[in-house]
Design a protein around this ligand. Structure first.
Ligand SMILES: NC(=O)c1ccc[n+]([C@@H]2O[C@H](COP(=O)([O-])OP(=O)(O)OC[C@H]3O[C@@H](n4cnc5c(N)ncnc54)[C@H](OP(=O)(O)O)[C@@H]3O)[C@@H](O)[C@H]2O)c1
Length: 288
């Protein structure tokens, strides 16, 4: 298939690109590194020239926090909605949207709401669409995965409240496997949460990451939620990841029913193992 892969330079996009190339697909990558700024692509007309000869579109563009130039509305809502409408206009039927776990009727953050708005546009169109909502993704090369690995290396683990936030992390290779299956699946018009089968508290997850890095369990410092929010507000200029809203999303946790994914894949997602924290789709493919 000829596949337009938007956000091809990111953590998810790079891994999808590599798996697509290995399975013989032709990939047209798109991102700012390929000369296209999504925030300028807010009308279907902007997309039409890019859809010639394309069989399927995968959108992996996203930001976790806003900056002066990177805003949720154009990147998460306006540009993808224009893209989906252009696909409808030109007959590119198969469209995969990487959304996020929590971009549903319970959404409260600007991040989730802006994703959900585009997901809803896609669902309203007569296309062979898939809305994929990954949980926390771990594996080699992810920005948030790397941040959590660094936090886990500290001699004192800092957790919010009692650190019992519920997480069902998923390995990057299972996200990619789901994407590959969506390209050929006859079950279309699907919204799928992509997550692992195992549930961890946030504290357990950090201790797991220490173990994966060959470290003994560390003592835990509990920070009241209000203090964590205040710290995030003060530290937010340092990184888009350090936003109070991101802490509120973490407080809710990242978990859901995994059964629909298991049924779709015909297998369970990978159980967490230490080596997976240092693996991506290439290392998994080479090992198998
Ligand atoms: N990683 C996770 O744990 C996780 C979990 C759930 C959902 N998601 C969602 O999955 C998507 C991808 O995540 P990721 O981890 O792969 O993020 P990432 O590594 O930060 O990649 C983001 C991608 O978006 C592109 N991009 C950003 N701003 C752009 C712009 N203005 N114009 C064009 N392209 C732009 C980037 O390319 P350039 O910088 O080259 O422009 C890059 O290819 C996001 O929507 C994220 O919210 C991620």
């Amino acid at each position: 298939m000829n596949i337009l892969l938007i956000g091809a330079t990111g953590f998810i996009g790079r891994n999808i690109a590599s798996a697509l190339a290995a399975t013989g697909h032709q990939v047209t990558p798109m991102s700012r590194q390929n000369g296209i700024d999504f925030s300028t692509m807010t009308s279907p007309a902007h997309w039409l020239p890019h859809l010639k000869g394309i069989d399927a579109v995968i959108n992996c563009v996203g930001i976790i926090g806003e900056t002066a130039t990177q805003r949720f509305e154009p990147l998460h809502t306006l540009a993808p909605s224009a893209l989906f409408r252009a696909c409808h206009e030109t007959g590119v039927r198969r469209v995969l949207q990487i959304s996020a776990l929590g971009a549903d009727e319970t959404a409260f953050s600007a991040y989730h709401l802006s994703k959900r708005a585009a997901d809803n546009i896609l669902r309203s169109l007569d296309l062979d669409w898939f809305v994929l909502r990954p949980s926390l993704i771990y594996g080699k090369g992810g920005k948030s995965a790397d941040l959590f690995m660094r936090l886990a290396r500290l001699p004192l683990l800092t957790v919010i409240g009692d650190g019992s936030q519920k997480l069902q992390p998923v390995h990057i290779s299972d996200v990619v496997a789901t994407v590959l299956q969506c390209l050929t699946s006859r079950e279309v018009k699907r919204t799928l949460d992509i997550l692992g089968t195992e549930t961890f508290t946030f504290t357990e997850w950090l201790q797991w990451m220490r173990r994966a890095q060959g470290l003994q369990p560390a003592p835990v410092m509990r920070i009241p939620f209000w203090l964590a929010m205040l710290t995030a507000r003060l530290a937010s200029p340092l990184s888009p990841m350090l936003r109070p809203e991101n802490l509120r999303m973490l407080q809710i946790g990242y978990w859901a029913d995994v059964k629909p994914l298991v049924d779709f894949l015909g297998r369970k997602p990978l159980p967490v193992e230490p080596h997976l924290f240092f693996s991506n789709v290439d290392t998994i493919r080479r090992a198998s």
